[in-house]
Design a binder for this molecule. Structure first.
Ligand code: ZN
Length: 367
């Protein structure tokens, strides 16, 4: 098994400015570090390095997505607006998406990184790949940046895969704690791409990602949302995979699978309110890899999304990448003795009710 890794130091130079959590400093908000800062991702890369895992990965060089590639999803006006602001001192791409100088190029390199990972997997240079890119992508919509995301990294890469490779059907499984609204909107009426978002109920964006959002037109039944209650742990996520994600993939039979690898559904994430831990992420990744093996020769491309705990995101990310690689390192997650024993890690009845609602929606198109 060979696993590719997309990484570039330049990703870490995307500047989200001074903020408290996700709100820009100013007025009553004292200047502080933005939640979406380089540290969690840089520390994940450093942990890959010191654990020795980095040496076992195949380095994939990112390249900037071209304007034409971005325009498969985004509007020309939006792309021009980001480019223009980026040439100056930066700005905001829309909603809660601040950026500094050169972020247009860095965001193009992020989308292009997921494209490069896709090419490597589809062309067989590697079995699967992890794109450790920044800024993240799943909130970006066609004409607006949202939630720290400038361009839809996975959406743009999936459209590239369909346009440039012999790939028809694509599944996107997104376990970031926030709803994958951008990916959903990109393929809302498209039955050839199946976005499955597992997220904290009514979190961000507010009012989006309800269980009854299932796509429209030809795409009716080809969007799946599982809005889990806050406090969901490993049991809720395992059950979601067993009853929703895996049956949907079995029915859909994808040619390529993307994983929206947000690790902000982990315990102690400062933004999320879920309780996953590294063993949980490892297990979910393994289940997804098995499904990819069954349906599409294991073709799986993971793209990093959110994850805001500098302390813990590295261990969650390491577990996902080790599972993709099919080998563990000597590093044991030092937080597991505590996070593995958190109360209510097992499936709770109110969580099961939501999961069964989502499973019921599979009857529309996917059973
Ligand atoms: Zn997130």
């Amino acid at each position: 098994m060979s696993t590719g890794l997309v990484w570039d130091e330049w990703y870490m130079w995307h500047d989200t400015g001074s903020a408290a959590a996700f709100l820009p400093a100013g007025g009553p908000i004292q200047p502080d570090t933005h939640a979406e800062n380089p540290e969690p991702k840089r520390r994940l890369h450093n942990l890959l390095d010191v654990s020795g895992v980095l040496d076992s990965l195949v380095s994939i060089d990112p390249r900037p997505a071209t304007r034409e590639e971005l325009l498969r999803f985004h509007t020309p006006d939006y792309v021009d607006e980001v480019a223009e602001q980026s040439e100056g001192t930066g700005g905001d791409a829309g909603e809660l998406t601040p950026f500094g100088p050169d972020s247009y190029e860095i965001a193009r390199l992020a989308a292009g990184g997921v494209i490069a990972a896709t090419d490597a997997v589809v062309e067989g240079a590697v079995d699967n790949a992890y794109a450790l890119v920044r800024p993240p992508g799943h909130h970006a919509e066609a004409d607006v940046g949202r939630g720290f995301c400038l361009f839809g990294n996975i959406a743009v890469a999936a459209m590239h895969a369909q346009a440039e490779h012999d790939i028809d059907r694509i599944a996107v499984v997104d376990f970031d704690v926030h709803h994958g609204n951008g990916t959903q909107k990109a393929f809302w009426d498209d039955p050839s791409v199946l976005p499955i978002s597992i997220h904290q109920d009514n979190f961000y964006p507010p009012g989006e990602g309800a269980v009854d959002e299932v796509g429209e037109g030809d795409g009716h039944g080809y969007t799946v949302n599982v809005p889990l209650p806050p406090g969901s742990g490993v049991g809720a996520y395992e059950t979601t995979f067993e009853r929703v994600v895996l049956p949907a993939l079995d029915a859909f039979e994808p040619d390529l699978v993307y994983l929206g690898a947000g690790v902000d559904s982990g315990a102690i994430d400062p933004l999320g309110r879920m309780m996953l831990h590294s063993d949980g992420y490892r297990e979910l990744t393994g289940l997804l890899l098995d499904a990819a093996e069954e349906h599409c020769d294991g073709r799986l491309v993971a793209a990093h999304e959110g994850g805001y705990s500098s302390a813990y995101a590295p261990f969650s990310g390491l577990a996902i990448i080790e599972e993709l690689r099919g080998e563990t390192s000597d590093v044991e997650d030092p937080f597991m003795p505590i996070f593995g024993e958190l109360g209510y890690q097992e499936l709770q009845p109110h969580q099961e009710a939501v999961i069964d609602d989502a499973a019921g929606n599979l009857d529309i198109a996917l059973r």
